[in-house]
Design a protein around this ligand. Sequence first.
Ligand code: CDP
Length: 237
Amino acid sequence: MQKRELLYEGKAKKLYLTDDENLVISEFKDDLTAFNGEKKSSEAGKGALNNKISTELFKLLEASGIKTHFVKMLDDNHMLHKKVDVILIEVIVRNVATGSLSRNLGIKEGTILPFTLVEFDYKNDALGDPKLNDQHALILGLVKYQDELDKLRRMAREINDILHPYFATKGLNLIDFKLEFGKDRDGNIILVDEISPDNCRFWDSVSGEKMDKDRFRQGLGGLKVAYEEVLNRILGK
Ligand code: CDP
């Protein structure tokens, strides 16, 4: 499958049309951004690591009954997937308090939440991805019906119920992550985007070491080594 016209360039991926109107190709970039694009850098090989990690996780989720946009990995930096209408809601799933949850609500970093928290952010860079409640999402027309919001929450919890124990077997604590969803041509809500250390937080189960994009956000260094370690643990190496 060949790349055709560039459809869209995001912060971490470029999206290309293909000869099949139902399929598109994502190119995973080495660019790194944080704080809504204010901090920028690049790390050679990061895109390929995220493509490989996402591929493994999409396969795992599909095998566990979650519908996703994934079709196949084409090469190191390219993934073939279904074309969808992206729902402009970032679904944030949290098992442990850190980041903006700790900052905004004063919950001590590292606190295990009494239950998994699922939150919605408006996917809108110009507005800085503000928090949404259900009424906001409906007023903005991001989805049509309350049922669809309920479905996003349900799918996010199902995905966490698969990924959290899976990563525990790999010696990684899945602290929190962001999911995106879209509607396929039949109107089904499916998981899209990527699942990688760019949009998940992983802490080593033993040392507590951060193995994700916080290494870049917090200037800790060693980003590529951490992403490689996440991939190797997934692959059982
Ligand atoms: O990074 P920050 O603390 O500002 O955001 P957060 O809301 O605490 O992030 C929760 C989780 O969602 C983290 O795993 C982030 O990597 C991820 N996230 C993301 O991938 N993209 C966003 N625009 C916001 C959060």
